[in-house]
Design a protein around this ligand. Structure first.
Ligand code: COS
Length: 386
C-alpha cells in the first residue's frame, strides 16, 4: 500500500522482457506490416507465449495473475515500438477478457477465459455503433427475449471494433437495448456472442491511417440468437459494465500514449545525436536540445500521472478520474512527442523508412479511441462537480 517510485523486480523483469521482444521481434517487421495493413498471427501467438494475454487474469482461469501496473508496463513497452501490436494486447486484455473476468459467472469465466489467455484466441468489445460513439447510451442494437426458446435475439450493427474480424476472434461482448426505462432512456444489457453464431457477420475494415497492422471490424447482427445464459452481468447492467470497462481501458490507452511518447523521444535522441548540421550534432543546437528537454519532461509527467492512476486501482482506491486524466494527458504528450520528433527528423521524418513517421500517424488514434479527449474532459469536469 505504500507509495514508491522504485520498480519491483517483477516489474523490471516484465519491462526488460517485453522491451527485448519488441525491439528484436516487432521492430524489424512493424513498418512492413503497417504498409501492408497486415495483422500478424505469428506475433500475436508469440506475445501469447510471453504471457501478455490474460496478464491480470487469475491463474485459476489460465491467466498470469499479475498486478495492473505490470500489464500497463507491458503495453507501454510494446507501444514504444509499435502501436498496432500494443493495441491488440490492450484491447484484448482490458476490453475483451476484462469484462468476462470482472462480470462473468463462474461458468462463463471457466468456459471462455482459458483460451483467451494464450494468444490463440481474441475477444472483442462491442460498444460503438455507427450512431453511438461518444453518446454510448444511444445504442440502437436490440436484444429481444424469446421466452419459448429461452434465447435472446440480437439485431443491429457495431463499428470500429478492435480484434473483432480476425481468424483468432473467438467472440465479442455486445451492448444491446433490452427494454425502455421509466424515464424514457434505453435499458442496456451485455451479451456474450461467440464467433460463428448464425446471423453474425464480421467484416474487416480497411484504409485506417494508424494502427494499420491491428484488426478492426464492422459487425452485423441479423437475428443472432444466444442462450439466456449468455447475458453478461444482470439485465439492465450493460451500460455500467461498459463504462467501468472503459475506466480500465483508459489506463491502457494512457500506457499506449506513454509508450509512444517514449519511443518518439528515444528515436529523436538517437537521430539528433548522429545528425550533423553546422559542424555539430543537431542535439547540440539549443533549438533541438530544448525540444528534447520538453519531450522528456512531459513524458516523465505522463508517467507519474498514469502510474499513480494504476497504483490507485491496484490498491482498490478510486482511480476513474485519474484514469481519464492519464488517458487525456498521455495521448496529448504522445502526439506532442511524435510531432516534435518528426520536426527534428526534418524531411526524413516524413518518410516511411523512419519509424517516427508511423508514430506520428499512430498518435492520432489515442485522442479519439476509447473516448475522445473531449469526453475525457467531460468526465474529469464531472468529477470536479462541474
Ligand atoms: N462507471 C459506472 N457507472 C457509470 C459510469 C462509470 N464510469 N459512467 C456512468 N455510469 C452510470 C451512471 O451512474 C448512470 O447510472 P444511473 O442510470 O443508474 O443513474 C448511468 O451510467 C448513465 O450515466 P450518465 O447519465 O452520466 O451517462 P451519459 O449518457 O451522460 O454518458 C459518458 C456518460 C459521456 C461519460 C459516456 O457516454 C462515455 O464515456 N462516452 C464515451 C464512450 C466511449 O469511450 N466510446 C468509445 C469506445 S471505443 S472502445
Amino acid at each position: 500500500m505504500s507509495y514508491s517510485f522504485a520498480e519491483s523486480e517483477e516489474l523490471q523483469l516484465m519491462r526488460a522482457t517485453v522491451r527485448k521482444f519488441a525491439e528484436s521481434e516487432i521492430a524489424p517487421v512493424a513498418g512492413r506490416l503497417d504498409e501492408e495493413e497486415k495483422f500478424s498471427v505469428e506475433l500475436t501467438e508469440k506475445m501469447g507465449e510471453l504471457g501478455l494475454f490474460g496478464t491480470i487474469v487469475d491463474p485459476a482461469y489460465g491467466g498470469q495473475g499479475m498486478d495492473y501496473l505490470s500489464y500497463i508496463v507491458a503495453v507501454e513497452e510494446l507501444a514504444r515500438i509499435d502501436g498496432s501490436q500494443a493495441s491488440t494486447i490492450a484491447a484484448h486484455n482490458s476490453l475483451g477478457a476484462g469484462p468476462l473476468y470482472y462480470y462473468g459467472t463462474e461458468e462463463q469465466k471457466k468456459k471462455y477465459l482459458p483460451s483467451l489467455c494464450t494468444g490463440k484466441g481474441l475477444w472483442a468489445f462491442g460498444l460503438t455503433e455507427p450512431e453511438a460513439g461518444s453518446d454510448a447510451q444511444a445504442s440502437k442494437t436490440t436484444a429481444v427475449f424469446d421466452k419459448a426458446r429461452n434465447e435472446w435475439v440480437i439485431n443491429g450493427a457495431k463499428i470500429w471494433i478492435t480484434n473483432s474480424a480476425n481468424p483468432l476472434t473467438k467472440g465479442i461482448t455486445v451492448q444491446a437495448v433490452t427494454d425502455r426505462k421509466a424515464d424514457g432512456r434505453s435499458e442496456l444489457s451485455c451479451f456474450i456472442v461467440e464467433t460463428g453464431t448464425k446471423g453474425l457477420t464480421a467484416k474487416q475494415m480497411h484504409g485506417k491511417m494508424m494502427w494499420r497492422a491491428s484488426n478492426t471490424g464492422e459487425l452485423y447482427f441479423d437475428d443472432v440468437r444466444v442462450p439466456a445464459a449468455n447475458m453478461l452481468g444482470k439485465k439492465g447492467e450493460g451500460f455500467k459494465i461498459m463504462m467501468e470497462t472503459l475506466d480500465n481501458g483508459r489506463l491502457s490507452i494512457g500506457a499506449m500514449g506513454l509508450g509512444l511518447a517514449r519511443g518518439a523521444l528515444d528515436l529523436t535522441l538517437k537521430y539528433a545525436g548522429e545528425r550533423q548540421t553546422f559542424g555539430k550534432p543537431i542535439s547540440k543546437h539549443q533549438a533541438v536540445a530544448f525540444k528534447l528537454a520538453e519531450m522528456a519532461t512531459r513524458t516523465e509527467a505522463a508517467e507519474g500521472l498514469l502510474y499513480k492512476a494504476c497504483w490507485q486501482k491496484q490498491n482498490h482506491l478510486s482511480f476513474q478520474k485519474l484514469a481519464a486524466m492519464a488517458k487525456l494527458y498521455c495521448s496529448e504528450v504522445a502526439e506532442y512527442c511524435a510531432r516534435e520528433g518528426q520536426q527534428t527528423f526534418g524531411g526524413y521524418g516524413l518518410m516511411k523508412e523512419y519509424p517516427i513517421e508511423r508514430h506520428y500517424r499512430d498518435a492520432a488514434l489515442l485522442r479519439i479511441g476509447e473516448g475522445t479527449s473531449e469526453i475525457q474532459r467531460l468526465v474529469i469536469s464531472r468529477y470536479l462537480g462541474c
